[in-house]
Design a protein around this ligand. Sequence first.
Ligand SMILES: Cc1ncc(COP(=O)(O)O)c(C=O)c1O
Length: 459
Amino acid sequence: MAKVPHRLYLTEEQMPKQWYNLRADMKEQPDPILNPATFQPVTEEDLYPVFCEKLAHQELDGETRYIDIPEEIQDFYKMYRPSPLIRAYNLEKALDTPAKIYYKFEGNNTSGSHKLNSAIAQAYYAKEQGLKGLTTETGAGQWGTALAEACSYYHIPLTVYMVKCSYEQKPFRKSVIETFDASIIPSPSDTTNVGRAILKEHPDTTGSLGCAISEAVEKAVSTPGYKYVLGSVLNQVLLHQSIIGLESKIAMEMLDEYPDVVIGCAGGGSNLGGLIAPFMQDKLLGRANTRFIAVEPASCPSLTRGRYAYDFCDTGRVTPMARMYTLGCDFIPSANHAGGLRYHGMSPILSKLYHDGYMDAISVEQTKVFEAATFFAKQETILPAPESAHAIYGAMEEAKKCKETGEAKTILFGLTGTGYFDMMAYSAYLNKSMNDYIPTDEELEPGFAGLPKIPGIQE
Ligand SMILES: Cc1ncc(COP(=O)(O)O)c(C=O)c1O
């Protein structure tokens, strides 16, 4: 057989024309999202004040297996996709492992990450519905940038609430987001009631995704013609991100390969959910037995130390409640540099799969993550985002195990983005001022104590 190329790109014709909805093949569906006022499952109409109608439909559609990607979105995708499937020859050599390591690199667009895959879809549906503007939150800044790119393409005004510590760590994110005509506000801010309340209670807070979501939702529902969009966690976002896994699977089939292990970093779960989707389908249908590993920060360990419970998706408790692995919506993570992984909960789809034993999870301290990131950068010449480096760490650990056992496993991991805006974090690692923070059980307790009480469901 011909040697596997370093980088494999599909042709435009080979690119997927449909997204894959993993829920259609799950043995049991994730528990329904609840309306916090009635404690009843939300209907599509309940979601209309916040979400665009087509997206509300996708959110609640657990049945349609394949959903056509509108042609306009396919054409936009072609500006930066297909993303390459890369064989990590140099990393394999440096680790002296018999494992074959592949990664799907999503960093080749201005947002520097996979986030554009869902941003363009959400902006497209907003335009189709004739909305006047959108609001959103951003953690690391990739999602805010991606949505700014997508909104500027469709001339939709956008307000981005950026988690304060990331805003301060990455001043140039602001410039990029403004280049695409969006406005950006560090969160918590005094521009919303919820922001003011959070600031009153925690004046020195560095913010969290949960706070920023509350502010963005409040801004959307209080501005006529505006809706809110979210870059992760939701079912619709995992649906759009399935493009990552679908392309990977086609490329691997062309190489006559199939992954024994698939690894991704997990913040709200969108890249991981998208990457694993078609491989998980095979597992659910009994066609393969791949192992799936979510890698999360030890400072914000929602899967590995969280509770599987109904919780709000935001700190201000304005969103519907989802059953997911959560640290409690009041949990404010430490200022871990992987801003995109500082979310208290996890996608309900991934939470359910993890709960039912289809997926494993590990957590890792940030100094180990940066050790893996710098090692990887030197072998493969890509400077990874700190979020993505969690997956690199996981893949390297698996490859090292293969060295011990002599197994030539095929490992696939998601390299979600580049880290050029994260140089303060890289500097902290290099000058040894970075420290690891792992919350104690006592520190996690208040978050759990604040989980909502739902009569008959969660007392
Ligand atoms: C580069 C990168 N990777 C991963 C993530 C984590 O998000 P998710 O778990 O939704 O893929 C983020 C989030 O901001 C990110 O910017």
